[in-house]
Design a protein around this ligand. Structure first.
Ligand code: ZN
Ligand code: FE
Length: 260
């Protein structure tokens, strides 16, 4: 099967971003998922002995596409990025949108593109189906989701629902380590969630040891992330939205998080 040998190398960039290199040992194809910071990405390539062949951008923000031009100049890599962003993706060679599929190296690497617009209008996620891994940028975080800078609640919820419908086992690689703050908020809006309470201890222990809480999985987020849980009665009652539509509940949860 394609992709099952894909290697993911994860490292810190800027203040709280994660950089990712996705590498296929068979073909040597190496993809940077977003380009938060050139120095750490070049250092990671050097340490691994990998040559950058591609960049996959999730959205236009500087901490995701800011390193594109310099990395392209240094390596000659090919850049894939969202086709429908309000702001141009620097150096983009191929625009892709929801429903597209990217195939590299004669099928060694296959990624499905998922529309997760809302944080930015054209935000996309890359789902490496056979590897059971998805790179979601700032659409979804461990126990949280991105701020809704450009889209509407309907749009953003539709994107989150697409992610929620991925298999529970899917590993989710998000672009920031925001989990401790997200945990505090999640506990405030769904204090009766026993899975969340149980997870809280694990997360605090990881952070205390300086360890990442990323990747997470779709299954874990379905049990504990309030932005995946508009159907929760405890959440609905806590935020004063009992019986409201899922979009309204999502919108209110997002609004409360903005000022938390
Ligand atoms: Zn962003
Ligand atoms: Fe970001």
């Amino acid at each position: 099967m394609a992709n099952e040998n894909l290697v993911v190398h994860q490292f810190g960039c800027l203040g709280d971003n994660y950089g990712y290199l996705v590498h296929d040992p068979g073909t040597g194809i190496t993809i940077a998922i977003d380009t938060p910071e050139v120095g750490p990405i070049m250092k990671a390539l050097d340490e691994k002995g990998w040559t950058l062949t591609h960049i996959f951008n999730t959205h236009h923000h500087f901490d995701h596409a800011g390193g594109n031009l310099e990395l392209k100049e240094k390596t000659g890599c090919m850049i894939y990025g969202p086709s429908d962003e309000r702001v141009e993706i620097p150096g983009r060679d191929h625009g892709v949108g929801g429903g597209a599929q990217i195939t590299l190296g004669d099928g060694a690497i296959v990624a499905d593109v998922i529309d997760v617009g809302g944080h930015t209008l054209g935000h996309i996620a890359y789902w490496f189906t056979e590897a059971d891994k998805a790179f979601v940028g700032d659409a979804l975080f461990t126990l949280g989701c991105g701020r809704m800078f450009e889209g509407t609640p309907d749009q953003m919820w539709a994107g989150l629902e697409r992610l929620r419908n991925l298999p529970d086992s899917t590993k989710i690689y998000c672009a920031h380590e925001y989990t401790e703050g997200n945990l505090k908020f999640a506990l405030s809006v769904e204090p009766g969630n026993s899975d969340l309470l149980a997870r809280s201890g694990d997360i605090l222990a990881l952070r205390k040891a300086g360890q990442p809480t990323v990747p997470t999985t779709i299954g874990e987020e379905k049990r504990t992330n309030p932005f995946f849980r508009p159907e929760s009665k405890n959440l609905q009652e806590t935020i004063g939205k009992a019986g409201a539509s899922v979009v309204d509940i999502f919108a209110e949860t997002r609004r409360l998080k903005d000022s938390f």
